[in-house]
Design a protein around this ligand. Structure first.
Ligand SMILES: C[S@@+](CC[C@H](N)C(=O)[O-])C[C@H]1O[C@@H](n2cnc3c(N)ncnc32)[C@H](O)[C@@H]1O
Length: 212
């Protein structure tokens, strides 16, 4: 079974990371607070600075704004997301903008089944969809497609963001624990993640990792 047919390797939506909720929003339900209609400014800065290199994977790419921006910088870009309606939106944007980006319906915890390698992975709001017990499988999946020296750039909600609704709040130690084996954490800093609701940003972490 292939992601290009619009199905996940499991033949349906994966469970546990809220994909059914994301899918409903991409299919038209209002209130998609993460959908800002443009790429994340912090990621744009990374692209402009030349930090993103080689074959790039946007994991949990949603409706594609970050992947499309990366492709505009001339990089070979693949976006994967388990929500078929998100991928449909992303493909439509790519067509409308005349951009050559490959968008696949794919479960981010089953990346090895793609049979490919990526020099750079970007993650905006994907890691924080996973509960602590599910993170080791996710990090193994990432590690299997990133060769030694490859980079992983992460943006996720922080435990400094008050309240309980929305994604998992991630602590600095959550990130260091999840990437303790097989990765070097190069930088891990408080950041603002842009969102589609007031006041326009939430407290986040921005991290850069290298596969070792
Ligand atoms: C908060 S949204 C962020 C989307 C996009 N990166 C952005 O910045 O707009 C999280 C995304 O992760 C996707 N996702 C959640 N679990 C997934 C899984 N197991 N495999 C692939 N994508 C998944 C959701 O469908 C959703 O599009």
């Amino acid at each position: 079974m292939t992601g290009t047919t619009g199905r996940t390797p499991t033949g349906g939506l994966p469970t546990g990371s809220g994909v059914e909720i994301f899918e409903a929003h991409y299919a038209g339900e209002p209130g998609a607070g993460w959908e800002i209609g443009r790429p994340q400014s912090a990621l744009v800065r990374l692209a402009r600075d030349g930090a993103l290199r080689g074959r790039v994977l946007d994991v949990g790419c949603g409706s594609g704004d970050n992947a499309l921006m990366i492709a505009e910088h001339g990089l070979e870009t693949t976006g994967v997301d388990a929500a078929p309606s998100g991928i449909e939106l992303a493909r439509r944007k790519a067509r409308e903008r005349g951009l050559d980006v490959r968008f696949l319906v794919w479960d981010g915890t089953r990346l090895p089944e793609l049979g490919e390698r990526f020099d750079t992975v970007v993650d905006v709001g994907f890691f924080h969809c996973f509960a602590p017990d599910d993170r080791p499988a996710l990090v193994r999946s990432l590690g299997a497609v990133v060769p030694t020296g490859g980079r992983y750039f992460l943006m996720c909600w922080s435990d400094r963001e008050p309240g309980e609704w929305g994604p998992h709040r991630i602590s600095e130690s959550d990130i260091r624990t999840a990437f303790a084996d097989g990765w070097r954490v190069d930088s891990l800093e408080p950041a603002d993640l842009e969102v589609a609701f007031s006041p326009g940003t939430v407290r986040a972490w921005q991290a850069a990792m290298t596969r070792v």
